[in-house]
Design a protein around this ligand. Structure first.
Ligand SMILES: *[C@@H]1O[C@H](CO)[C@@H](O)[C@H](O)[C@H]1NC(C)=O
Ligand SMILES: *[C@@H]1O[C@H](CO)[C@@H](O)[C@H](O)[C@H]1NC(C)=O
Ligand SMILES: *[C@@H]1O[C@H](CO)[C@@H](O)[C@H](O)[C@H]1NC(C)=O
Length: 310
């Protein structure tokens, strides 16, 4: 167990209803499936889970619901030792996602049902004492509120001479979320979004993103599916490609990206790894994640293994 100050993960937590079947259902039929379960999802919520399993102190900060149906999420967060004591609560029913996994093809079809569930605001965020944390992680969403929260962390650092680090998970809405990047220390940028921008490789993505970010450029990390990930340390203009680890089997890829994110934060913050080494560790955590269902097996990952970068 580490004595570092907790990591605060800001974002969403939702219920995922997962249905597993051999084939995809036909519209307007009434059929049984092979298996199914419901679990806690949401990107920041998943990052919290994996950070905790790796041994970090973690708090989640997002809108919780007072509805009975939400109880299962709260119990899971509690059971795992993920702090939620500073989260605001709403009377509204929680958001949920319906996931259909087809066993044969491994495809996953996801429908999000959010019903205008409220997102945490800058005012909510200002009620917490930032001095408690050593790292704050944000999802790139609700840019209008998120930018104010990020600025508040920077302002806190400036006034108190502290050095809380800020990371951003950037996967959607390029134009809207781009202004957040220049205020963070680390941006993890998705390959999907890179492809939408017409950027064809991790190298092109790192340099193209770096040239669009103002006022100061963060370190950029770009996971690129099964080929691995790349990173650009903009302070010294050093680009590194880090090969993926080939897992011996692929069982469940849901949450692999969130596991990468958590692995990166853990290596950088707790293990104090260099940027390329942290990306190597993030690859290992993501590669290990997909060898089994859920996340619990991540607790068994050897953290002190040598990992190499090219
Ligand atoms: C599950 O797969 C079986 C076999 O392909 C199919 O007969 C059945 O209709 C499917 N059930 C659903 C809910 O899609
Ligand atoms: C989070 O983790 C859950 C549980 O593994 C998974 O169902 C979900 O797809 C993951 N990602 C998101 C965005 O919820
Ligand atoms: C959450 O993660 C999933 C899987 O990586 C991704 O498709 C989705 O865009 C993410 N959501 C946000 C708001 O970043």
């Amino acid at each position: 167990m580490t004595t570092a100050k907790p990591v605060l993960c800001v974002g969403c937590t939702v219920i995922d209803f997962v249905t597993i079947n051999e084939s995809f259902p036909t519209e307007d039929t009434d059929r049984r499936c092979l298996d199914g379960y419901w679990q806690r999802g949401g990107n920041a919520s998943n990052v919290s889970t994996v950070l905790r399993l790796l041994g970090a102190n973690v708090e989640f900060f997002g809108m919780l619901s007072k509805s009975n149906g939400f109880r299962v999420l709260l119990d899971d967060l509690d059971r795992r030792g993920i702090g939620t004591q500073h989260c605001p609560k709403t009377e509204k029913d929680p958001p949920f996602s319906s996931v259909i996994i087809v066993k044969e093809t491994g495809s996953r079809t996801i429908v999000h049902c959010n019903k205008n569930y409220p997102y945490i605001t800058y005012e909510d965020f200002m009620k917490i004492d930032l001095d408690r944390y050593g790292w704050v992680h944000f999802e790139a969403r609700h840019a209008h509120e998120t930018i104010k929260m990020i600025k508040a962390v920077r302002e806190h650092n400036r006034i108190h001479g502290s050095s809380i680090r800020i990371s951003l998970d950037f996967e959607t809405m390029f134009e809207k979320n781009l202004p957040l990047c220049g205020l963070c220390n680390y941006v993890v940028f998705s390959s999907e979004l890179a492809k939408q921008q017409g950027w064809k490789s991790p190298r092109e993505t790192c340099y193209a993103l770096a040239s669009s970010v103002k006022p100061t450029c963060p370190s950029i990390i770009c996971p690129w599916g099964s080929t691995g990930a790349a990173c650009l340390d903009t302070a010294v203009n050093e680009f590194t490609n880090v090969a993926a680890l080939k897992p011996d089997r692929i069982v469940d890829t849901l949450g692999a990206g969130d596991s990468f994110m958590a692995g990166f934060i853990y290596a950088t913050y707790v293990m104090q790894s260099s940027l390329p080494d942290a990306v190597g560790f993030a690859n290992r955590v993501a590669g290990h994640k997909i060898t089994d269902f859920g996340y619990d097996h991540i607790a068994g990952l050897q953290k002190d293994d040598k990992f190499t970068t090219d």
